[in-house]
Design a protein around this ligand. Structure first.
Ligand SMILES: NC(=O)c1ccc[n+]([C@@H]2O[C@H](COP(=O)([O-])OP(=O)(O)OC[C@H]3O[C@@H](n4cnc5c(N)ncnc54)[C@H](OP(=O)(O)O)[C@@H]3O)[C@@H](O)[C@H]2O)c1
Length: 294
């Protein structure tokens, strides 16, 4: 079902992750098209093939005809649309669907217990599993975005003030991937469609503890960083309480996802499952990523 993948369509290529994925596909042998909403204000590099849709089932099916793979990179406001993408892809005869994941290990029920905000991602894959005689799927689990997570406070390392927030002892290894590494992984996955069909594909730029990341920043900046320690137990309890009361704001969601990563069980340490070797995807290494951020 997955042989001969050539035409690839990206949905949500204008967001945080999308541009890095698009750049890797534009640099590959795949024939890539971006699908954007009619209302979208996203912009793309000159020469990018862009098609627009009202995202009705009929329009999506028309757009997907002739495509071999549909990659969803939509953000949370688009998650609920993805079942429709799958059905339209099947109706159009697409071979492969990749849902919007690219983070925590949503296959692990313990992760979903801590961060129930991620449960919808798993539900979509359960739906894909019921359809895998018609369309293959692959899920990319990449851990926190390494570069974006630092530039956007998610990972709580602040380069301008040379400060960091560390959960508990800061000694839990966390596997992380840069946006470009995720783009390269998607290109490599579609280059290995039989091996990766219906698989959770775990990838990495590096695995490091918070203490190692602070030490790498200190080495690279030549300055001692100001480190604040917070309790995972207390932070998680506060986020869970707000979540149970329906106060599901950005900070609560981020704390739940961070708690799943920093828990002492090491749910974000995905080294034993990595596909980097099989995909020919070199790790970038902590020091190189940090150097690129300074
Ligand atoms: N591992 C991590 O640390 C981490 C961090 C952030 C995000 N993520 C994950 O990465 C994925 C992408 O996240 P992101 O932050 O890049 O997303 P984003 O910037 O919020 O949105 C990406 C794109 O989604 C499209 N979109 C939004 N709502 C839509 C809808 N209703 N229908 C169709 N398209 C819609 C938009 O496309 P147009 O307007 O261009 O049409 C937008 O450019 C998600 O699965 C997210 O959970 C992981």
């Amino acid at each position: 079902m997955t042989s001969g993948i050539k035409n690839v369509i990206l949905i949500g290529a204008g967001g945080n992750l999308g541009p890095a994925v698009l750049a890797e596909f534009l640099n590959s042998n795949f024939d890539v098209t971006v699908l954007a909403r009619e209302t979208s204000t996203s912009t793309y590099p000159a020469g990018t093939k862009v098609t627009r849709s009202d995202f009705s089932a009929q329009s999506l099916t028309e757009v997907f005809k002739g495509q071999d793979a549909v990659i969803s990179i939509v953000g949370p406001t688009g998650f609920a649309e993805q079942n429709k993408f799958v059905d339209a892809a099947i109706a159009a005869g697409v071979k492969v669907f990749i849902p919007s994941e690219y983070g925590s290990d949503t296959k692990n029920p313990e992760v979903l217990k801590i961060a129930p905000v991620l449960a919808g991602k798993r539900t979509l894959v359960e739906y894909l599993e019921t359809q895998q005689d018609k369309i293959s799927w692959m899920v990319v689990i990449a851990g926190p975005f390494a570069d974006w997570g630092i530039q956007n406070e998610f990972l709580q390392y602040d380069i301008p003030s040379k400060s960091a927030v560390i959960w508990d002892d800061g000694d839990v290894p966390v596997t992380q991937s840069t946006l470009s590494q995720i783009g390269r992984a998607l290109v490599a996955i579609l280059g290995h469609p039989s091996e990766t069909a219906n698989q959770y594909v775990y990838i990495s730029s590096y695995t490091a503890t918070a203490n190692e990341i602070v030490a790498a920043f200190e080495k690279a900046t030549g300055v001692k960083w100001d480190v604040q320690t917070i309790s995972l137990e207390q932070t998680l309890a506060a986020a869970k309480e707000k979540f149970s009361k329906g106060e599901i704001n950005h900070d609560v969601i981020m704390d739940l996802i961070r708690a799943a990563c920093y828990s002492k069980e090491g749910y974000c340490d995905i080294r034993k499952n990595l596909w980097n070797g099989r995909l020919g995807l070199k790790e970038e290494g902590l020091e190189a990523v940090i150097k690129g951020l300074l």
